[in-house]
Design a protein around this ligand. Structure first.
Ligand SMILES: Cc1c2[nH]c(c1CCC(=O)O)Cc1[nH]c(c(CCC(=O)O)c1C)Cc1[nH]c(c(CCC(=O)O)c1C)Cc1[nH]c(c(C)c1CCC(=O)O)C2
Length: 347
């Protein structure tokens, strides 16, 4: 496009606050097991972590859903648990069950962690994946980098695995608040360094996944979900003026209200437990929102998929909106339903 003024990408326009006739669309976990081409590349890589650290194959799986569906944004293929690994925690994935980590429950466990500054040694291949993608993505596709928010990552580090109610993390927060705070602080520092390096490698938007924010209430939500998001956003914007940040305090419920203003993020991502009409009135009034189709519609399809897609598109049509799911697409989703969702958004 040399010699021409390139029109700003659709995703970046929405994040800058523009109301578009057709919203940009992408999906959480869009590179994943519901796609046969992902399963083939994953097989080639061996296991999931090997795929994350193989820049060529991670680039390939990031591109697969873009080729197939023409999404407006590509999200880096990696995982939120690479940060604990880069800090020295052991990490492995048990097939059919999910992640396992060495646990952090005592001051000794915490002191064995590495300082935030050394994470780049482990995470260099992730930055290479982003550099590859800047060369290979279509000109109109926005490149998203990401990290887990400190609270969500801490819940896995403390329990050593995913937990339905994050009880071990809540217990440590009550029983040894100083240790818990130190862990959140280390993760906040590491996340700033990690995301900053992602922007330098070519990420145009950053998303912070706080998947378990909904289990924090009252002052704990302020201290451990809102404040880390605010600090990370401020640090990124200071280092990289103009970088857009999407926050996802999943299942925050009424705490979605004002979250964008309080943290300085550019877009609040919504899960599907809130209605789009409610969110349009209470959250989108402050700026861009992303969401929030229930992933189950991509399994069941039919007229309900089309009706819900239209409902969400129409509810958010009065302001800036990025169409997405309320959570990651599941392995049993039908790719034909993804195409139907996109056709409905763009009809
Ligand atoms: C909690 C969490 C994790 N990872 C992530 C979160 C936060 C968002 C959420 O709540 O889903 C985020 C994540 N995980 C992955 C991405 C890549 C980008 C994307 O496509 O959105 C992102 C942004 C790839 C992945 N991360 C994982 C897969 C499946 C790996 C495989 O191929 O077997 C993918 C594509 C594995 C993973 N990684 C994690 C779990 C719990 C699991 C196992 C669950 C499962 O098997 O689906 C930790």
């Amino acid at each position: 496009m040399k010699g021409h003024v390139m029109a700003k990408k659709k995703m970046l326009r929405a994040l800058a606050g523009e109301t578009l006739a057709v919203p940009p669309v992408w999906m959480m976990r869009q590179a994943g097991r519901y796609l046969p081409e992902y399963r083939a590349t994953r097989e080639q890589a061996g296991d999931f972590l090997s795929l994350c650290y193989n820049s060529d194959l991670a680039t390939e799986v990031t591109l697969q859903p873009i080729r197939r569906f023409g999404f407006d944004a590509a999200i880096l293929f990696a995982d939120i648990l690479l940060i604990p690994q880069a800090l020295g925690a052991e990490l492995w994935f048990v097939t059919g069950e999910g992640p396992r980590l060495s646990t952090i429950t005592t001051a000794r466990d915490f002191e064995a962690l590495k300082p935030a500054e050394v994470i780049h040694e482990t995470l260099a291949p992730i930055y290479q994946t982003l550099r590859n993608l800047t060369q290979e993505l279509p000109a109109e596709t926005t490149l998203i980098g990401f990290a887990g928010a400190p609270w969500t990552v801490a819940t896995y580090m403390i329990a050593g695995r995913g937990t339905p109610d994050q009880a071990p993390a809540h217990a440590l927060m009550r029983e040894n608040r100083a240790l818990f705070r130190a862990l959140i602080e280390r993760l906040t520092e590491a996340t700033i360094l990690y995301l900053s390096a992602q922007v330098e490698a070519g990420a145009e938007v950053i998303k912070l996944f706080d998947s378990w924010a909904g289990s924090l209430k009252g002052a704990d939500f302020d201290e451990f979900a809102l404040e880390p998001c605010r600090r990370i956003t401020a640090a990124l914007k200071e280092r990289h003026p103009g970088i857009a940040v999407i926050g996802f305090p999943r299942e925050a419920g009424e705490r979605y209200i004002g979250f964008g203003r309080a943290t300085g993020i550019d877009c609040v991502a919504l899960d599907n437990s809130v209605s789009p009409e409610w969110a349009a009135e209470h959250v989108q009034r402050d700026g861009c929102v992303q969401g929030n189709l229930a992933p189950s519609h991509l399994v069941t399809g039919g007229s309900a998929l089309v009706e819900e897609t239209r409902r969400i598109r129409d509810a958010f049509s009065g302001g800036p909106h990025v169409f997405n799911l309320g959570h990651g697409i599941t392995p049993d989703a039908d790719p034909a339903n993804v195409q139907r969702m996109i056709d409905t958004i763009r009809e």
